[in-house]
Design a protein around this ligand. Structure first.
Ligand SMILES: [Zn+2]
Length: 390
């Protein structure tokens, strides 16, 4: 992965290059930020840059892509580059009773290459056929880290260990990881990746140098949608607007296609039931939604978040930022007064919470019923009075 292949994030790239140029590479770093912002891609570009042997790399502000180290990095087969990620028993493993990262390394490399290093947890579960199971970074893998890093590096100055989605660390494995971070082997670089820091043990967090990866700017997402996904100008503009700084979200929007308008209709009908306080119908619809695949349901809730955000914009007289069809317009006109400063943050929190729980396999029908009842209350929340300016 070259820095120039990263979508956006010019400042962060410069900062990372700067740490190498000034010999200030912290031995354990956590790249954190939302899904689709490019954390893993940045970590890989950073590791490749550190390892690149081209003497001109600082002048070019990028790895050369051609030296022996870069060639191995391009294929993710550098002997000093190691990965740990969440796994669970899978038919793809030889020893599926004792799942390890190594057993699905081939699948990992394939997925990364195919998705150009922008992947989601769902992509990964799907790739190794563990859609419905709880995956974790397990004790076996954490013990293996010590073993792997105790060898001297083969070819580079540094051995690099990339640990993806640290929030999935199995609690019993935490002491082992902590021990390695406290007493790191010589010349090792730990690049940990997480979406949120609040699910990581504070004892581990305190050992890490934090690198916040923010949302990608709109323009680079637009450019990537045009060049990498071959979207038309209009679709790319729409995707960039709706992606909230996440490239994987833009990809998901493209893949969603018709699902988007179907989700709109379902959301509209659901909100009507919530508004009319039809609890019996809500019970039924929640049960039905609970039977859908997790992925479909999560997409539905994400579309809901977009619709709610649009309502708020319309309420603020910024409807020009919202592009809607005529059918949608009618709904927005009626519904947007019910979404305002007094309830939007709660709406967002509750939807995020539901997505979070659905991801973790809690009974989806119950989650949807809970959410319906909360929405029912939120729709009745008082609009804050505008403060008078005069
Ligand atoms: Zn190179």
């Amino acid at each position: 992965m070259l820095f120039r292949e990263i979508i956006g994030h010019e400042q962060i790239k410069e900062k990372l290059i700067g740490t190498v140029a000034t010999n200030r590479v912290a031995h354990a770093q956590l790249f954190y930020g939302n899904n689709g912002y490019g954390k893993l891609a940045l970590a890989l570009a950073y590791a490749q840059f550190i390892s690149c042997r081209d003497t001109d790399k600082f002048r070019h502000r990028d790895s050369c892509g051609k030296c022996p180290s870069c060639i191995k990095y391009n294929k993710l087969i550098h002997p000093d580059l190691h990965f740990v990620y969440p796994v669970a028993s899978s038919t793809r493993m030889k020893d599926s009773k004792n799942p390890t990262s190594n057993q699905v390394l081939k699948e990992w490399r394939q997925l990364l290459e195919r998705k150009n290093y922008y992947i989601t947890l769902d992509d990964w579960y799907h790739e190794i056929d563990i859609d419905q199971k709880q995956a974790s970074i397990n004790t076996r893998d954490c013990s293996k880290i010590i073993q792997t890093l105790s060898y001297t590096s083969y070819e580079s100055e540094y051995k690099v260990m990339i640990i993806w989605m640290v929030e999935k660390l199995y609690h019993a494995a935490a002491p082992r990881l902590l021990k390695i971070l406290e007493e790191p082997p010589e010349k090792t670089l730990f690049l940990l990746i997480a979406e949120q820091t609040d699910q990581i043990l504070s004892t581990i967090l305190s050992r890490l140098h934090l690198v916040k990866i923010p949302a990608i700017e709109n323009q680079p997402i637009y450019d990537a949608c045009r060049q990498r996904l071959n979207m038309s100008e209009a679709t790319a503009a729409e995707a960039a607007r709706l992606a909230n700084g996440s490239f994987t979200q833009a990809v998901a929007l493209l893949e969603m296609g018709d699902e988007l308008s179907e989700n709109f209709r379902r959301f509209r009908d659901w909100m009507r039931l919530c508004y009319s306080m039809d609890v019996v119908a809500l019970l039924k619809i929640s049960e039905e939604m609970g039977k859908e695949t997790r992925e479909k349901l999560k997409n539905f809730l994400r579309s809901g978040l977009i619709i709610l955000r649009n309502c708020l914009l319309i309420g603020f007289d910024m409807g020009n930022l919202v592009r809607v069809t005529r059918e949608e317009q009618d709904f927005y006109t009626r519904f947007s007064p019910f979404v305002h400063q007094g309830n939007i943050s709660q709406f967002v929190d509750e939807f995020d919470k539901a997505i979070y729980h659905i991801e973790r396999n809690v009974h989806a029908g119950m989650i949807m019923l809970d959410l319906s009842l909360t929405v029912l209350k939120l729709l009745r929340a008082k609009r804050p009075q505008p403060t008078s300016q005069e």
